[in-house]
Write a protein that binds this ligand. Sequence first.
Ligand SMILES: Cc1ncc(COP(=O)(O)O)c(C=O)c1O
Length: 370
Amino acid sequence: MSDKPRANVVDMKPVHHGGLDYASLRTNGIQPGEVTDFSVNVNPFGPPPPVQEAIASVDISHYPDTLYLGLRERIAAIHNLDPSQVLVTNGTSQAIWLLALAYLDSGDLSLIPMPSFGEYQTACSLMNSKAQHLWSRADDHFHPDAGIYSAWIRDHRPRIIWLCNPNNPCGYCLSENEIASILEVCSTYGGLLIVDEAYLNFVDAPLDLTPFLESNHLILLRSMTKDYALAGLRLGYILGMKTMISHLQLVQPPWSVNCGAQSAGITVLDQQSYYRDTWQQLRRLTDSFYLSLKRAEWIVHPTRTNFMLIRTGRGSHTRDFLWEHHLLVRDCASFGLPEYIRVAARFEEDNQRLITSLQAYRESTSSWES
Ligand SMILES: Cc1ncc(COP(=O)(O)O)c(C=O)c1O
């Protein structure tokens, strides 16, 4: 018997994500609280006290409800859907893996508009399926041309199209018409359009794609880790038609969402006015951060959500320089954008501190280059 896993597993590459590197913190003797983290796109306002209270009052000696009934009903009500159209997951990351498990056969083709979130590729690799990367142009702020994509899909008939909207790392949003045109092509041959809306709540006037679920060729993904600031608890969900959801449920490991996450999930949905207010404040902070970066003559791409791409020349150098100041940004090399960093908006004084340190970085590199 061989000690080797499947060949495609051996070939899989770990995905790079933003966030604190706990091993490096330990090596450098830095406490997590000493770092100002711009590398994750999480709501900096954090959860309100009732959420902590809800988690504290959970009886952890019981197994969690594997059907997530209470939370599922609440989510369904918010979207005007039936609970059978909702699957609660251990973050959107789990949702992505479940979709690959349920829908991709070895050799199937997927389309990933690039640049985009790395887990789509990993999920495809896990199933030994192929993913075609189609790149959009920096001149267009990486906004995909829906016409070109639709034509490509018509010609190649991918099993899955992984669309990240709002896009990570670029921050653009496709319009309803653009998505509808891609979905229409999928419907002609039986393709599945997956729209990852992890950052939708941060957007001003977000699209509601739920009426398109009836096409039977659309799945929507939501994360509750960023907008509701529950990153440490892991919570997300899938919206789709009843049969699709029941198939996805079959491949989900039991008790994927623990009691604390379920209880917190229900509580955050009771705190909508608190969160709506924080999302609005964060939009203002993002706009002012973006304008300040432009005024400081950085090349920044416009964003609809709470983070943005900045072209600094060498993202990894910028990241290392800022890290010395205990500021953490996302080096975008793993997105295929080595000249960029991605930063999420935080509070005004944090944003100003980053801009000041970026200026110091610019001065250090120009003296180094001259
Ligand atoms: C586009 C996108 N989808 C999904 C995820 C994963 O979210 P979660 O924390 O809910 O697993 C991320 C996290 O960075 C993301 O950027």
